[in-house]
Structures are given as C-alpha cells and as structure tokens.
Write a protein that binds this ligand. Sequence first.
Ligand SMILES: *Cc1c(COP(=O)(O)O)cnc(C)c1O
Length: 373
Amino acid sequence: MERFLQERLDALELSGGKRTLPNPLHVKQGLNLASNDYLGLASNLSLQQEFLHTLEDQTPLFSASSSRLLTGNVAAYEVLETTLARLFGTQSALVFNSGYHMNVGILPALCTDKTLILADKLVHASLIDGIRLSKGKFLRYAHNDLNHLETLLRTHHEAYEHVIVVTESIFSMDGDEADLKGLVALKHRYEKVVLYVDEAHGVGVRGESGLGCAQACGCMGEIDILAGTFGKALASVGGYIVCSTLMREFLVNHMRTLIFTTALPPINLLWSTFVLERLSGFGNARAQLAKVSTLLREGLVQKGYAHPSSSHIIPLMVGENTPTLEKARALQALGFYALPIRPPTVPKGTSRIRFSLTSLVQEADIRAILDVL
Ligand SMILES: *Cc1c(COP(=O)(O)O)cnc(C)c1O
C-alpha cells in the first residue's frame, strides 16, 4: 500500500495538484479573501456573546448522543425547522448535519431507475456524490444553458416517471447565477419536473431578508427542494431544505445520511436559530458585500480579466495549475489571503484564484488588491 500511496502523491505533486491543509496562522495574518463568512457573523464576537447569554443552565448542549430517529431529535430541531418554514413560507423544513450530508442523501432517497436527474454541468461535488449513489439515470446540461436543458427534457421526459433538475443558485467556484425564474417556468411546462436548488452561497447574501436568490427573484414557493447550508453566511453548521410536509416525511423515512448518523449538538441548532431570527437585520452587511463585490468585478474587467461572475464569488482565471499556485503565493506574500482552486474541484485547464469576499472587506482593500494584480 505505502508505495501506491507515495506514487499517487508524487504524481499529484508533479502536476501541481497536491494539496496540504493550510496553516491557520497564515490565514489569520492577511486579509482573508477565501472565507465563506459572507456577512462577517462567524467573527462577530459580540453576537456570539449575546447568544451565550440566552442559554439555559439545564439543557445539555454538546451532544445529541444518537440519531434523530432514536433519541437525538432534541427540542431545538423542532424550533429550528419551524423557524425555517415560517421564514421561507413553506409547509415544512428539514435540517441535516451538513450541506454535504444533505446533498449526498437526498437524491439516493428520491430516485429509482425510473428517475432522470438533469444536473447543471458545474454542480458541487456533494451533489455529484449524491447522484453517484442514486439509482437515477443522470445527464448533465451545459452550464446555465436552459435551452440545452429543455432539449434534454423534450427528448427524455416521456421515458421517466420523474425528472429532477438540479442546480446551485450562485455557483460555488464561478460565482455566476442560475436563472431561477427560467427554471421555474420550465418546470411549469413539464409536469414531471422536480426542482432542486442549492443556495449554499445565496442564503444570507441575497434577498430582501437574506433568504437567498429564490427570495430575490420571487420564486421561493415554486422550488420543490430549496436547500442551503448554515456553514457559510449563517456562521453555523448544518444543512437545510424547505419543502412540503410530504417530502419531509419521505426523507425522514428514506434518507440514509439523516438516519444513520448522530444528530447535531443542541448548541449548534440553537445558534442556527438565533442567527436565522436575526438574518433580516443584516441588510447593511449584505449591501457592503454587494458594494465591494461590484468594485472588484469592475476592476478586474478594466484590467482585462474575463469571466468576472455576478456575485461576491469572483474567480480570476489563470488556466494551468503551476502559474495559479504561483499567483496565489505571490498574493499571499503581499498579505492577500486568496486561494488557488484546481482540478478536480474545477474542470481541467480552468485553475483559478477564487476571491470569496465578505462584508468585512473594505473598499480600500479592493483598491489595494487591484493595485497589485
Ligand atoms: C459548501 C457547499 C455545500 C456543503 O455544505 P456544508 O454545510 O459545508 O457541508 C453544498 N453545496 C454547495 C454548493 C456548497 O458550496
């Protein structure tokens, strides 16, 4: 085994694709341009203090000690799920241990060999893994290309019982956005279609009260499985979907990544609820994030960089691995902690620096980045 491990690692190193876990001190030193703490809430210590004061002495906080199907379904789950359903205006909600558990578990639970999954070419690894574990037939449509999606639908939908269309709202590595309204319209033309939208990078950041791109485009009620994570803008841990009561009941009975794992610790559920309840109040952070994002995107275009995205996730395309790594190291040496993204996270030949901005970034910071690029 050892020889096999070493040879595979050596090959990765040679292609510039070898990864190491980043040094926490390096992350702390520079301006963090690689964080998903989009609203700055994870680093907001006074918010955290305020939360800690709400805790009661009598409740065990740090472990649920078993699966939700056994004794782990603590009261804080019900509070969090009721809060989600109320805010999103849906019948129901379901919380998972992480966005990864969520996406790995939903499709295997829902799909039979009579299900067709049509997924955007660039969906997140967790969705791909869910597809791989499912019995559904799987086709990809070209990134954000609804014409291609409709062609596939027209050709194949007769042959299946259900067609699940899977996309992200803001794409994690490209920062561009799906046309949710267009997808909803398509769903209305093909009755077998079930829409599954992952808002990992949209929730908190978009929408009048921070509920995501679906809220911003007024189609929250028309997405069958509207998913997100607490791990990014919401500064906590866990995944969620808002959905019908029927969908929730089905998943509770069939979803292996919900059933066969220890439930989340109560403290995380309570904190997620605390943050969600305050989400509509973080409009200033959302506005600041939008402002610095626009500034960086426009600055990059002026410097002749292509593909500036439309959100706070802004890729600077380089191409090959080695120059991407060198560019990232050079930026880091100047105090800008941006990370290189390489295959298999992104397609071969599209290695990039990924700027992931937060509301803590100031306009002067953006000018400083643009100056050194
Ligand atoms: C981060 C991410 C996930 C995983 O969520 P976690 O809660 O971090 O496990 C799922 N989907 C997308 C699109 C993501 O970017």
